[in-house]
Write a protein that binds this ligand. Structure first.
Ligand code: NAD
Length: 486
């Protein structure tokens, strides 16, 4: 699979050789160069956008049922090749193969979900003041979408945009993250394989500040669908040179609150999963935990043991490992920096805090899951997104204090609560200033429900019907009739 994609971009229905395929892509577990992609030149960007523009009207004019058929076919083709696609993802991103396979299957699920939504696009009839007028509100596709995606979920974060946009009748130019371009190219190749018309899906590669920025500034792009850091999201919002729609799914700094009524073992299990899965490189990762003082010591001890029990390994050689390599040196450096900052300010290191031992880890970006207790909001770990396998814990005395601490952040993506008392659950879910609140579970996003952030975590939604409506405009058609006898 990699061989077919090496040095390529997907433009106008074909994998074409990049003009300057000199961006190296490395296996983060070994440092080995696995392939190269191009830094798209202006003419390559123009060709991709022109192809998407030319394909737009015919694609938008297809029936919802026809677009649905294409998306179902895409979901089936992706699921059928999940093993190879998962291996490719692990090679460039580092997560263990079985976790990557799970992500590929969720991408297939997104294809099928939006295939169904494509058949249910409908408008409304709005009453007017007099009977000879009728207003209908129709939904029309926005046009050509520029999708810019990060590296932590190289398949799903492309897929949510691709499927929502295609279901709505839009065409798309995708610019994946520099370090994980091959998964996006593989998805693009599947679109070709299942007969999605040429130009509907295009994948161009290269640095965000050049290629991503070119999409943002291009007048031929009608909407930017971006997932990435808040800093780049803000830059994108400020730098568009023509008015265009934007959805921005940005960073997080997500709290977990554990109350007196919580099932402690379930809370520990949830915290271990959502703090360390994908090495904590998740926008909705639990970064900080507030535990009621009465059970604080017990919780801290149990979470440290749970972290110590997790395995770290090369995700190709150990497909079942709990943690693979981190995707690059950058999040690893930030993890170390947040660890040093916290311990220098008095946090207690209870688990991890270092790379796993052994020569197999020498050339990769590996780190043990790390637990810090007695943290305060003077520490970066409690106030900034780390994007690494590290979590900070602090005690609280009252629910009000827990809410104040949890909301003490510029971010508003996801928050978590473990509690059994219904009053506590209602109070916390109402007051947590987040787009997603997960109670007694740590899966804040599901395909059927809208998923989005607030504050510096972004604008717009993915998932659910709302995820498709982000790619549609309303059109109000107001009609006057000469009614017989009026
Ligand atoms: P990033 O912001 O550095 O890059 C994201 C994408 O933007 C990449 O494709 C990059 O090439 C591109 N880019 C960079 N500069 C650009 C510019 N000036 N113009 C246009 N495009 C540009 O983020 P990252 O390091 O790849 O990903 C990690 C971040 O993504 C974290 O902050 C994480 O929280 C966030 N994230 C958010 C969600 C969500 O759903 N809210 C999901 C996953 C990741």
């Amino acid at each position: 699979m990699l061989q077919e994609l090496d040095g390529k971009m997907l433009v106008d229905g074909a994998l074409v050789a990049a003009e300057s395929p000199d961006v190296e892509v490395c296996d983060p577990a070994t440092g080995t160069v696995i392939g190269r992609v191009g830094a798209a030149r202006p003419q390559e960007i123009e060709r991709a956008i022109a192809a998407a523009r030319a394909a737009f009207r015919p694609w938008a004019d297809l029936s919802g049922k026809a677009r649905s058929g294409h998306l179902h076919a895409l979901g089936d083709a992706i699921a059928a090749d999940a093993d190879a696609m998962a291996r490719l993802m692990t090679l460039e991103q580092g997560k263990p193969v079985n976790e990557a396979r799970g992500e590929i299957m969720k991408l297939a699920e997104a294809c099928h979900f939006y295939a169904e939504e494509a058949t249910r696009i409908h408008g409304e009839t709005i009453p007017n003041d007099s009977p000879d007028f009728t207003s209908i509100v129709e939904r029309e596709p926005v046009g050509v979408v520029g999708a810019i995606t990060p590296w932590n979920y190289p398949a799903e974060l492309v897929g949510w945009k691709l499927c929502g946009a295609l279901a709505a009748g839009c065409t798309i130019v995708i610019k994946p993250a520099e370090i994980t371009p091959f998964t996006a190219l593989a998805i693009g190749a599947k679109c070709v394989e299942v007969g999605i018309p040429a130009g509907v899906v295009n994948v161009i590669t290269g640095p965000g500040s050049v290629v991503g920025q070119a999409l943002v500034e291009h007048k031929g792009i009608d909407k930017i669908a971006f997932t990435g850091s808040s800093a780049v999201g803000l830059r994108i919002q400020q730098s568009a040179t023509s008015v265009k729609q934007m959805s921005l799914e940005l960073g997080g700094n997500c709290p977990l609150i554990v109350t007196a009524s919580a099932n402690i073992d379930a809370a520990v299990k949830g915290a271990a999963r959502r703090s360390f899965r994908n090495c904590g490189q998740i926008c909705i990762a639990i970064n900080r935990i507030y535990v009621v003082r009465a059970v604080y010591d017990t919780f801290v001890e149990k979470l440290a043991s749970a972290a110590d029990a997790l395995s770290v390994a090369n995700g190709i050689e150990n497909p079942d490992a709990d943690l693979g390599a981190m995707a690059s040196a950058e999040p690893l450096d930030k993890t170390r920096q947040h660890l040093d900052d916290a311990t220098a300010k008095g946090a207690r290191l209870l688990a991890g805090g270092k790379a796993p031992e052994g020569s197999v880890f020498a050339k990769g970006h590996f780190f043990r899951p790390t637990v810090l207790a007695d943290c305060t909001h003077e520490m970066q770990i409690m106030t900034e997104e780390t994007f690494g396998p590290i979590v900070g814990i602090a005690p609280f005395d009252t629910l009000d204090e827990a809410v104040t601490l949890a909301n003490d952040t510029p971010y508003g993506l996801a928050s978590y609560v473990f509690a059994k008392d219904a009053d506590e659950i209602r109070y916390l879910s109402q007051r947590l200033d987040y787009g997603n609140v997960a109670v007694n579970n740590v899966d804040a996003g599901i395909m059927n429900a809208p998923y989005g952030g607030r504050k510096q975590s972004g604008v717009g939604y993915e998932h659910g019907r709302e995820g498709m409506l982000q790619y549609m405009n309303f059109k109000h058609v107001r009609m006057r009739f000469d009614l017989p006898g009026a």
